[in-house]
Design a protein around this ligand. Sequence first.
Ligand code: DC
Length: 218
Amino acid sequence: MSKIIVAIDGPAGAGKSTIAKLVAGEIGADYIDTGAMYRAVALKLLRTGTDYNDPEALGTLLEAVDVDFSEGRTMLDGEDVSGLIRTPEISALASPSSAIPAVRYKLTDLQQEMGRRKSIVMDGRDIGTVVFPDADFKFFLTASADERARRRTNEMLEKGQEADFEQIKADIIQRDYQDSHREFRPLKKADDAIEIDSSDMTIQQVVDTMMSYIRGEA
Ligand code: DC
């Protein structure tokens, strides 16, 4: 297959990263989790006590920040922060800070650069609409808020973490609202994206559905 770009967008907890990783494996592409990049910036904001509403301080931080996603690891200024960015605190900060245009310009540039040379499967909120509007394949992956909260609760329980279904569901609904109502580049289905509701589908069924489009069988 020649170089291809697959964009997978959708709300929090729809299974984008699991699915994107598997699709990337099937087609021999690199997988890039753009949410992890927004989370890494949020971690840096937190660590340095920077207010994202202070344009000067934010500009200084963004000029110096080095965010990369490679081989499944999220790197912040050369440090592997893959584990550190998966906390409710970072989820809560990544959503409003990702609404700031300067943050989005910076990470969009980095993401476009990543797709210049290699085949990639990239997941996020604005990949099919802004980062790669000419992507070869665009998918919009959704699932009901109940189902997404159920999956997240089970994931946490399996890891031995405490999980409160109602709290998780409330957090998901709030992030959906923030991500899709922000003024600048909100979460939105691209007009030409294929929408897949995974509420009643297994992971493999979703991967197979995407692969049938990519192989030109659908
Ligand atoms: O996918 P995630 O939950 O790891 O993303 C964390 C936050 O980053 C989420 O609240 C929305 C934001 N995000 C974004 O605005 N654009 C992207 N392409 C990816 C994530």
